[in-house]
Design a protein around this ligand. Structure first.
Ligand code: E4P
Length: 225
């Protein structure tokens, strides 16, 4: 079981690598835009290559920016050529529900030997199909599932038991993490990995009662000088 960092911020990645608590990094176009990325493919390559090098041999997910099958395949091949620890995120279908994305995922895993992370999954039923297509990772968006009034923990548990029964290799990543409590809940429900933002990871570490306890230790140590 592991925690990945959901960010494109190099300083934050360095900070949590120094603590030894992360086992990979995930990015997507929205996260990178929030980090101020501009300059198209060249800038994307520069940033993702720097992250891949920094965290090597830990895995980095880089998402395709097209929804056309041939373009997704050629982008994925390019991204994977930047560093051996890059895997490629492909949304399970397009904005109008175009299911050809799974063709690209299957082709990349079976013909091009590229690890694929099928992303933007909102249900166990999508997850099982992504895993059957050969994906190395299947990414459920836990917070978005809960936002719609469904139960992310239930979807994770169903997907876990289906993957195990069918002996499929895909690892379950759960992203879209909104609250600290999600992390342990989702790992306990059967996720292999939960991916979290730097601010949420910091909240997982810091506890007000720990602060008070440590203050007491320091104060008593000072008084016994
Ligand atoms: C996961 O891999 C995604 O990058 C991410 O967690 C999506 O989160 P959001 O719902 O906050 O956009």
């Amino acid at each position: 079981m592991a925690i990945f960092l959901d960010t494109g911020n190099i300083a934050e990645i360095k900070r949590f690598l120094r603590m030894g608590v992360i086992r990979g990094v995930t990015t997507n176009p929205t996260i990178l835009r929030r980090e101020g990325l501009s300059g198209g493919g060249k800038a994307l390559k520069k940033l993702e290559t720097a992250i891949a090098r920094l965290i090597h041999p830990l895995p980095l997910s880089v998402e395709v920016t097209s929804n056309r099958r041939e373009e997704m395949v050629s982008q994925a091949r390019e991204f994977a050529s930047w560093a051996e620890n890059i895997n490629v995120k492909i949304p399970i279908h397009g904005p109008e529900g175009e299911p050809e994305n799974l063709e690209a995922a299957h082709l990349l895993e079976t013909k091009h030997n590229i690890r694929v992370n099928v992303t933007a999954l909102m249900s166990a039923q999508q997850g099982i199909l992504a895993a059957l297509s050969g994906a190395t990772y299947v990414s459920l968006f836990g917070g978005r599932i809960n936002d719609l009034g469904h139960d992310a923990s239930g979807e994770i548990a169903d997907l876990r038991s289906l993957l195990d029964r069918l002996e499929l290799k895909a690892k379950i990543i759960v992203g879209s993490t909104r609250e600290v409590a999600n992390v342990v809940d989702w790992l306990a429900s059967g996720a292999d990995i939960v991916t979290v933002t730097p601010s949420l990871l910091e909240k997982m570490i810091v506890h007000p009662y720990t602060k008070e306890t440590v203050r007491m230790f320091l104060e008593d140590a000072r008084k016994s000088q």
